[in-house]
Design a protein around this ligand. Structure first.
Ligand code: SIN
Length: 280
């Protein structure tokens, strides 16, 4: 007998928990249709109690949405290069993803989505925050929306993954290379979601360096305003992890932030990242 699928929003802005789906088994066509719709409707979806989701099964779930990314600067598992282990050991000071960002916006073809599986979670803290960038865009005045419409921005991993950047420094527990000379790619500041057609902000504090054709100094005031606006709590949700929880977020229209509030505790996650298209 198949279990009934239930979808429960976790905040008014984005995010829903889906029950009645077992990702450790293949999805029926109906279940896949429901998951795809919920992903577009809620931008980030969560599944609980996915006991022993193997790297192969996690990859198989990701492949239902597209090809898988191999991170250029952070090593994946030796047998599964597309699976990144995100580990913070009790003695690590910084964590991976500890700032608002959209995964892989520093690539020419940034990520469609990321699937994060909790192997081990701290006894307190370690939640992940998400922010809806469609809602952030829609809350801007018409004047600001018009001003941003024609702008593109330069994205690169050169700061975040540099020797001084949080993502390179943080952990002996993850193997990362420095990306001082990482390439720069330009993406529109307002992105049209390729599936829903909705417009959203597509810049982020980790990887967006400046507006195209402007200096960093010229770009800073408006970028700072937009970064501040885009993380306003009315656009956000917060997910409390348990072992065997899974989150699947849409990087085309969401930011996320891994909170670093569990000193002395261990957190171990596995991420599979689905490739996306070039933002327009
Ligand atoms: C990430 O940025 O992919 C990590 C998110 C998390 O560990 O909660």
């Amino acid at each position: 007998m198949s279990r009934s699928i239930d979808i429960a929003p976790i905040s008014g802005a984005l995010g829903a928990e889906i029950s009645g789906i077992d990702l450790t088994q293949g999805l029926t066509p109906d279940a896949l249709k429901t998951v795809k719709k919920a992903f577009l409707d809620y931008h980030v979806i969560f599944f609980r109690d996915q006991e022993n989701l193997t790297p192969d099964r996690q990859k198989a779930f990701g492949q239902l949405f597209g090809s898988l990314n191999v991170h250029p600067y952070v090593a994946g598992m030796s047998e599964h290069p597309e699976v990144m282990e995100i580990i913070k050991e009790p003695e690590d000071k910084l964590n991976f993803g500890g700032g608002w960002h959209s995964d892989m916006s520093f690539q020419e073809y940034p990520a469609l989505g990321s699937i994060l599986y909790a192997v081990e979670v701290p006894s307190y803290g370690g939640d992940t925050l998400f922010s809806n960038q469609i809602a952030a865009y829609e809350a801007l005045s018409e004047g600001m929306q018009t001003l941003l419409e024609g702008l593109t921005a330069v994205h690169s991993a050169s700061r975040e993954h540099s020797a001084r950047g949080a993502s390179a420094q943080s952990r002996k527990s993850m193997q990362a290379v420095e990306a001082e000379n990482a390439p720069e790619f330009e993406h529109p500041v307002i992105r049209t979601h390729p599936e829903s057609g909705r417009k959203g902000l597509y810049i982020n504090p980790a990887f967006t360096l400046r507006f195209s054709g402007m200096t960093k100094r010229e770009s800073k005031p408006l970028l700072d305003f937009l970064f501040d606006h885009a993380r306003d709590e009315r656009f956000t949700c917060r997910f409390r992890w348990r072992p065997n929880s899974v989150a699947f977020w849409d990087n085309r229209c969401c930011w996320h932030y891994a909170l670093n509030d569990y000193p002395g505790e261990r957190r171990h996650m596995r991420r599979v990242t689905v490739n996306g298209d070039r933002p327009i």
